[in-house]
Design a protein around this ligand. Structure first.
Ligand code: SF4
Length: 242
């Protein structure tokens, strides 16, 4: 899947404010996510300079809790923007209701054994359009210090195999961890299993239905049965449904 091409296809059109003309001119706004890598969390000075130059006075760079920056800038040349950023080693991704991989830094690369699996998942599934945003947390050891079990799908590498967690409620006052559904998944079985889970969710979820809500509604994803992981402490219901 070409993440950059997907990002380019998401250019939106916005009216430019101009008090003189009744008919406002239309401006193309290119919105995309940018990150230094699946495992790498460091942006080089050259990459920073390039980002500052590309964003200029009219664009914005926003830090997010999802391990990536969101860039918004008016441009008629989104492909050229992507080419420059990719040439500098940055990864450009689409934003919105798409699949995002949030890997740990693998102890600054010292526990690197499982990085290729995280990168393969990112290249196969990253940017996939879904009924609602979906984050796959991938952590390189059982410490799970990047909180993979608090992502929609959590993957933890342990003893050369993988543990799988599904259906966290990542935000809100009733947030909770994902349900542990499998331990000791063989490396060659992980990606096919993830694809089946995501295909099932994509095919059957309602628009805007996050994975935890879907799991709670249908009670079974693949052969994994739903268990209630929600907090047993009562809190005042939120008007938005939280
Ligand atoms: S989850 Fe494990 S491998 Fe990844 S950064 Fe934390 S301690 Fe290191």
């Amino acid at each position: 899947m070409n993440l950059a091409l997907m990002a380019v296809s998401m250019v939106t059109k916005t009216e430019v404010e101009n008090p003189i003309f009744v008919q406002q001119p239309i401006e193309n706004i290119f919105e995309f996510a940018v990150t230094p890598g699946v495992a790498n969390k460091f942006i080089t000075p050259e990459q920073m300079r390039l980002l500052a130059e590309i964003i200029g006075e009219k664009g914005t760079l926003e830090y997010t809790p999802d391990h990536r920056f969101i860039v918004k800038l008016p441009t008629e040349e989104p492909k050229s923007v992507v080419e420059q950023l990719e040439h500098s080693g940055l990864i450009v991704m689409p934003i919105g209701d798409v699949l995002n991989i949030k890997a740990c830094d693998f102890c600054y690369g010292e526990k690197a054994e499982s990085i290729p699996y995280a990168e393969e998942i990112a290249s196969e599934l990253g940017g996939l359009k879904l009924p609602k945003e979906l984050h796959i947390g991938f952590n390189g050891c059982g410490m799970a210090c990047y909180r993979a079990v608090f992502d929609d799908i959590g993957i933890v590498y342990r003893k050369k195999k993988f543990d799988l967690f599904i259906g966290s409620k990542p935000v809100g006052r009733t947030a909770h961890a994902a349900q542990p559904v499998a331990e000791g998944i063989e490396p060659d079985e992980l990606l096919p299993l993830l694809k089946r889970i995501i295909d099932e969710y994509k095919e059957n979820a309602h628009p805007n239905e996050r994975l935890f809500k879907y799991f709670k509604r249908v009670k079974k994803i693949q052969h994994f049965h739903y268990q209630d992981m929600s907090s047993k402490i009562e809190v005042e219901p939120a008007p938005c449904g939280d």
